[in-house]
Structure formats: C-alpha cells, structure tokens
Write a new protein. Structure first.
Length: 282
C-alpha cells in the first residue's frame, strides 16, 4: 500500500531541504538528527523506540517495503512519498535504494555503559574513516559485544558512510561518543574490565593470550587509526598491547578485519568452559 500523502516532487521542498542538510555534521549536531539510508537501516530504526521521525520513499520502494513503511507509521514516523529525484537529492549514495529515514541521535552516555557492567567493549580511538568505524561497530555487534565507545579523536558516529557501514548495528547496542581515550580506559579498568590495545607491533600475541587462558574475563579492545595505529601514549594506558599473528605472507590486516579477529577471540574465550561472563569482586 502506498502512503496517502501527496508526492514530494521538488528538491526545494522545505522537508527535503531539511533532510538534505543532515548530510553535514554541523546540522546533524544542531538538530540531533541523522540520515539512515536503505531498507535495512530504516527497518532497524523503525524497531528502535521512537528513533525514526520521518521516512522518504519512492512509490516503488513504498510498495516493495510495505512492511517497513507500516512499522514506521506504527512507530509514529511521518511517511513522505517522494519522486526519484527527491530521494537522489537527499541520499548520499550513488545508487539510492528508494528509502531514506530521518532519525534521532541514539548514542548512550558513557556512565550508563559503565553502570551496565559490560563484559566485551570495542573502543575506537583515533579512527577517522567512517566506513571503518561503521564496519567495526557491525563486527562488535556480530561478536556479541555489549558496547562500543568512539573517543573524541574519532569520526562522527552519524556520518552517513558510518551509518551505512554499520548495516543497522548502530541500533543494536549502546554506543558512547566523544569520550577522551584516557577517561575511557581509566574508567573501564576501574569497572573491572581488562583493557587490551590492538596493535601490529604489540609485544603480546593473540594466540599466546588465548593459550594462557587470560581472555575469559571482561575485556575492552582499543583499536587505533587505520594508517598509523595507536600512538605510544594510548598503548601505554592499556593492560597489554596485543598483535594478531600473521601466519602467512600478508603484510598486515586492515582495521575491521583485525577488530573482528580480536572481538571473536574474546567472545569465544568468555563463552568457553571456565570463561567469566561477569565482573567478580576482588
């Protein structure tokens, strides 16, 4: 069933102009709104409380994804039928999929994350590429991590490329933003979480950590910049600096791949016999 509202055909419509401005960080911050593009992202947003405020859909997309349109309306979002040119104008992708949602910010205060006593956390320190940030968030979600932290030196969580790369995982687990890395590490450690810095030049080997049985407890992984890794002052904050072993001839692993390996290693260790899935008093 198509939306009953009149079709938006002009890219100069006030609603279209307001949505298009959200491609820029300063407007996102001012309005505390961001864009979610494509059916998967809009579907996940529609299922996340009252996060979704508006949906722009072509006639074809509204028919194809009638279940998403229905969920959006049920959640209180305003649905706009829009011409292809309008969707293309709002979208930041080369080949839009016909659905664009406008969402409220969903980040969680760092204090709330700590209060929940997380057992597996990904900390993105100095990560500047939005695609990598979104992909690491997706990896963290898949591995069962209970939180992600983006430090104040990292990319904007709501960058459209980061949102797309998360493929909906942005709406699945708590994410804190703008936390100084020193605070993130110090307060995670105070909460009983062991902090591991992932670095290709680390003294400790991931395989050795697993063999030693040291990874069954609550753990936070700190991941650094795509090109130059973690600075020395950040590595010095961690309990250990761990490298992913390269058994073949590859020069290195990219950020998202290394993050997936580290997070899954922790997840498996925590679920193994004798693995600790809760913070214990000392």
């Amino acid at each position: 069933m198509r939306p009953a509202s009149p079709e938006l055909i002009s890219p100069r419509s006030p609603r279209v102009l307001a949505a298009r401005r959200l491609a820029k960080r300063n407007f996102r911050g001012k309005e505390r709104l961001f864009l979610a593009e494509g059916p998967q992202a809009v579907r996940e947003a529609a299922g996340y409380g009252d996060t979704l405020t508006e949906v722009f859909a072509t006639a074809e997309a509204a028919e194809r994804y009638a279940d998403i349109i229905g969920a959006a309306r049920d959640g209180g979002a305003r649905v706009h039928l829009a011409a292809d040119a309008v969707i293309e104008d709002i979208s930041t992708t080369v080949t839009p999929q016909g659905l664009v949602g406008v969402c409220r910010f969903v980040d969680t205060p760092f204090d709330e994350i700590l209060a929940a006593r997380p057992k597996l956390v990904a900390v993105l320190a100095h990560v500047r590429d939005p695609g990598n940030a979104g992909t690491v968030l997706r990896c963290a979600d898949a591995a069962g991590a209970e939180a992600v932290v983006l430090t104040d030196a990292s990319v904007d969580l709501y960058n459209p490329k980061a949102v797309r790369a998360s493929v909906g995982s942005l709406f699945h687990l708590p994410v804190a933003v703008g936390v100084p890395v020193e605070r993130a590490v110090a307060e995670l450690r105070e909460a009983g979480v062991r902090v591991l810095a992932a670095d290709g030049a680390g003294e400790d080997d991931l395989d050795a950590e697993l063999d030693a049985g040291t990874m069954g407890g609550p753990t936070a992984w700190v991941f650094g910049n795509e090109a130059w890794g973690l600075p020395e002052e950040t590595r010095a904050l961690a309990d250990a600096v761990v490298r992913v072993p390269i058994h073949g001839k590859a020069e290195s692993l990219n950020l998202a791949t290394a993050a997936a390996v580290c997070l899954y290693a922790s997840a498996r260790a925590q679920r193994a016999a004798g693995g600790c899935r809760s913070v214990t008093a000392t």
